[in-house]
Design a protein around this ligand. Structure first.
Ligand SMILES: Cc1cc2nc3c(=O)[nH]c(=O)nc-3n(C[C@H](O)[C@H](O)[C@H](O)COP(=O)(O)O)c2cc1C
Length: 429
């Protein structure tokens, strides 16, 4: 039967049929209610026309549409803040390309009828082995900021990691979705006692672990961001209080070179002191070398997040996925290992899992979804990704995420990978 013009065939049943004839006319976004616009400047906060009219009309239809929808919904300095990588952005691109070096090896005729995605991340039960990596200033992306993210992820049973530089306080985020799985991300403060106080607040607010980011004593040089003018020294409100310090923006020239001034450069001893001073299990974020991984575990880290900050810090740092197997080998089962950087689709999560990551984090895609649809957008991303993961797992012939091991992947023998999907990895990817 020929397809009706502009829609699926009349006989079509299933998910696509829902979209037939439903008007999805974008409506102008409501005015911002939080005053951010006037404080930060209009150019930085141009989130436009993202609200959709009909309830049945999703903020974006598929994961392939998400990046494109985000680039249409944000523009100017905000888009550049989200997208930018450091320097020539080699690491940002390499994070994505690293996944193209691996293929999944499906097994067949295993009578898999149900798949189990659930797992525990340092004891926190979650519905699927992916999580929202911490990203600063979510209030600049959507007025509801981290509150929307927390509520959406809570409903989907997905772990959210919330930045020290969140637009809402860590207590507000917790009370927006008290039952949602959540970890706190700590940017080391120049004064160790200020870092300890943040950890104490996170404990009291019911966070179940803390992620200590150590790859950003100074911000990487982000040309795109400075061109767009999203300057972090402007008064973007930080929910955790006016005393909170972000990483130093740049080094200060000295007679013999350059120096970190007023920033937070810590040693392993300081990290150990943080471990001993808190009841929260600590995860070290920004580990790429097996030597650092071993030292972190020796000093009391319970988890390691293999990450290069989405290619925003040291350009030409190795892609997270390339670093993963050596880190896993170095520490064995002495700590949990996670990965972020370039994770966009379910097969990426499976590849990371097969190479030893217990779960994989998404940074930019969460912000894209937040920009496009606020709370509904983040929930849709979490649900689409969970469902794609379930389907992929079944097609891989595995019953549970725990069954995905090294036998599930093979390094590609051919040399020139096909170009990435035209819309799955856009917005500067
Ligand atoms: C806009 C933006 C803000 C970020 N803010 C933080 C932050 O506050 N703390 C942190 O540890 N990492 C931060 N990151 C890094 C992410 O946690 C994560 O490592 C990275 O985005 C993963 O790469 P992906 O964007 O390719 O998924 C940020 C990344 C982006 C894109």
């Amino acid at each position: 039967m020929p397809a009706a013009r502009g829609g699926p065939p009349a006989t079509m049943r299933g998910p696509l049929a829902r979209y037939r004839g439903i008007p999805c006319t974008p409506r102008a976004a409501p005015p911002r209610a939080d005053g951010l616009k006037s404080r930060v400047g209009e150019r930085s906060l141009a989130v436009t026309s993202t609200a959709r009219s009909a309830k049945a009309c999703p903020p974006f239809r598929s994961l392939s549409d998400l990046a494109e929808a985000a680039s249409a919904a944000t523009r100017g300095a905000l888009l550049e803040f989200v997208e930018s990588g450091a320097g020539a952005e080699w690491t940002r691109r390499a994070n994505l390309a690293a996944f193209d070096a691996w293929s999944l090896v499906p097994r067949v005729l295993r009578n898999v009828r149900e798949v189990d995605l659930t797992t525990r991340l340092l004891g926190t039960p979650v519905h699927a082995p992916f999580f929202a990596s911490p990203t600063a200033y979510q209030g600049a992306v959507h007025p509801a900021g981290e509150r929307a993210t927390a509520r959406a992820l809570g409903r989907a049973g997905i772990l959210g990691v919330y930045s020290t530089l969140s637009s809402r306080s860590l207590e507000e985020i917790a009370s927006a979705a008290p039952a949602a799985p959540r970890w706190f991300q700590l940017y080391l403060q120049p004064d160790l006692t200020a870092s300890e106080e943040l950890l104490r607040r996170a404990e009291r607010a019911g966070y179940s672990a803390a992620v200590v980011t150590v790859d950003a004593p100074v911000l990487g040089p982000r040309d795109l961001q400075s061109r767009g003018g999203f300057a972090l020294d402007r008064p973007v409100p930080v929910g955790n209080g006016p005393g909170i310090r972000s990483p130093a923006r740049e080094l200060v020239p000295r007679e013999k070179g350059y120096a970190l001034e007023g920033g937070a450069e810590y040693s392993w001893d300081d990290f150990e002191r943080l471990v001993k001073g808190t009841d929260l299990p600590l995860v070290l974020k920004g580990v790429l070398s097996p030597e650092d991984a071993r030292e972190a575990v020796r000093r009391g880290a319970k988890g390691l997040l293999v990450s290069n900050h989405g290619g925003r810090q040291l350009d030409r740092a190795l892609p997270s996925l390339d670093a993963l197997p050596d880190v896993v080998e170095a520490i064995g089962s002495r700590a949990e290992v996670y990965l972020d950087g370039g994770v966009r689709r379910a097969p990426d999560i499976l590849i990371a899992r097969a190479l030893g990551a217990r779960a994989a984090g998404l940074g930019r895609p969460i912000l894209w979804a937040l920009a496009v649809g606020g709370e509904r957008g983040v929930e849709r991303l979490a649900r689409l990704l969970s469902s794609e993961l379930a389907t992929s797992l079944l097609l891989l012939g595995r019953r549970s995420i725990a069954e995905v091991d090294r036998t599930a992947v093979r390094e590609n023998r051919w040399r020139n990978p096909p170009p990435p999907h035209a819309t799955g990895r856009t917005v500067g990817d």
